[in-house]
Design a protein around this ligand. Structure first.
Ligand code: PFF
Length: 450
């Protein structure tokens, strides 16, 4: 097998951890709990887990496979494989759409990571000591109401992302992924433990884990599917790019299962940390994007050494966000240097600057544009960017990659990359990417758009 990209990772283990680092981030700790809350709890969670298993993991396998086979940036990989197996290099457009989507996602991702960054000094300074839900809500509203403050933290986070990507991903992200991500996991566990002692754990757990299937409709399925794509980092070329650095002796199905397990475990733990506090303190589960930022600080304000614990927690969340943001910038930079030449540093800075500028749309959505509804309805500008990327572009991109891997890529090639031969597992995967994933995505999209 040709390995065209320079190996980014020093070992197999490091690769797997970097991919886990991409998957685990704000999507798990920030987005999953509030999406579950606005989606009514366990019904959302059940559909989400179904989407991860039946659609997300098979597409993750497909993306890593195509990435390793193509060996280039997402556009180059899809154009090359398209010309070779798919009848036309126009398949490169799927990679191109992914690169654009990555830019858009990065733009708001950095703003939200900025919220977490802002909460490190807040927690450390004892702002939350003894605070109840009303106080933490006021603190959060104060942050959102200040575009200048949001801009400062957004700038700091984007600069850090650019710095890491410009320097080559290897050293820093590897270390962050292998040491700090497990630390975040341990903190989440501790918070779940805290919820058992001090929160309304029974109610929180029931809310999250006991589904009422009558609540499921097309909108909920689309939101859950979108969240599954977002959380696994699939559908926009990140895993195509990471796959191009994937050593030949790594098992793609096994890696994908590890990524999905770590990712889903973190999301569920975050939910189990948040909802017992929500119910114990009379907060609103459907609060929206601020949910973790108003609930967890209540816990930090009550527990012993909560100031330090809270600061460390938000710092680790920032690190988890950084390893994900890097994986959003990386494919765009890989495309730029691969396609147009120029230095890695210049591309990282330039693309980072564009994403930074687009981030202003998100920042203003929470203050000076808080009442702006670009298409009527109740979506703000940020809601639109989030909806278009997570619920439309990622599922579409993922479905097209699945179709390519299932129908255009010859069976011998996918079997060789899958690495198990023509086993039942391989056949199951092939059926999922050929039929189930595209049908599911098209089904829910059509249901919502008509
Ligand atoms: N998976 C990341 C998270 O859950 O926070 C976000 C993300 C990273 C999405 C990379 C997409 C991506 F390509």
């Amino acid at each position: 097998m040709v390995q065209q990209s320079a190996p980014l990772w020093s070992s197999r283990f490091a690769f797997v951890m970097a991919a886990v680092g991409s998957a685990v981030g704000l999507g798990n700790v920030w987005k999953f709990p509030y999406m579950a809350g606005t989606g009514g709890g366990a019904a959302f969670v059940a559909v989400y887990v179904g989407c991860v298993l039946l659609v997300g993991v098979p597409i993750l396998v497909a993306e890593l496979m195509l990435g390793r086979r193509g060996g280039k940036d997402p556009v180059g990989t899809m154009a090359g494989l398209g010309a070779r197996f798919g009848g036309t290099p126009a398949w490169g457009l799927v990679g191109g759409a992914g690169v654009l989507t990555a830019l858009l996602v990065l733009s708001f991702y950095s703003v939200i990571a900025g919220w977490a960054l802002a909460y490190v000094p807040k927690a450390l300074g004892g702002v939350f000591a003894g605070a109840d839900g009303t106080a933490t809500q006021a603190a959060f509203a104060g942050l959102l109401g200040s575009p200048g403050t949001l801009l400062a933290w957004h700038t700091a986070f984007m600069a850090a992302t650019v710095f890491v990507v410009a320097g080559g991903v290897r050293g820093g992200v590897e270390r962050a992924s292998t040491w700090l991500m497990p630390a975040l996991f341990a903190m989440l566990l501790a918070l779940v433990g805290y919820g058992m002692v001090a929160g309304d754990f029974a109610r929180g757990a029931t809310y999250l884990l006991k589904p009422d299937f009558s609540k499921i409709d097309g909108g909920l399925v689309l939101a859950a599917a979108g969240q599954a794509f977002f959380s696994l980092s699939v559908g926009l070329g990140t895993m195509l790019a990471y796959g191009s650095y994937l050593p030949a002796d790594v098992s793609i199905p096994r890696t994908s299962v590890v990524i999905a397990l770590c990712d889903t475990a973190c999301a569920i733990l975050a939910g189990l940390a948040v909802f017992p506090i929500v119910f114990a303190y009379g907060l609103d589960p459907s609060e929206g994007p601020g949910l973790v930022f108003v609930t967890l600080p209540v816990a930090f304000g009550q527990m012993p050494a909560g100031a330090l614990f809270g600061a460390v927690f938000f710092a680790l969340l920032v690190v988890a966000a950084l390893t994900s943001a890097v994986s959003l910038l990386e494919p765009v930079v890989a495309w730029g240097t691969g396609r147009h030449g120029g230095s890695r540093k210049a591309w990282a800075a330039g693309v980072g600057a564009v994403a930074w500028g687009l981030g202003l749309l998100t920042i203003f959505s929470f203050n000076i544009w808080a009442d702006v509804r670009p298409m009527g309805g109740d979506r703000t500008v940020f809601d639109w960017i989030d909806h278009l990327t997570s619920s439309v572009m990622l599922p579409l991109g993922g479905a097209l990659l699945a179709v390519f891997a299932g129908w255009a890529l010859p069976k011998e090639v996918s079997a060789a990359e899958f690495g198990t031969g023509d086993t039942a597992l391989f056949r199951a995967w092939r059926f999922l990417v050929r039929v189930v994933a595209p049908a599911a995505v098209l089904g829910v999209l059509l249901d919502r758009l008509t």
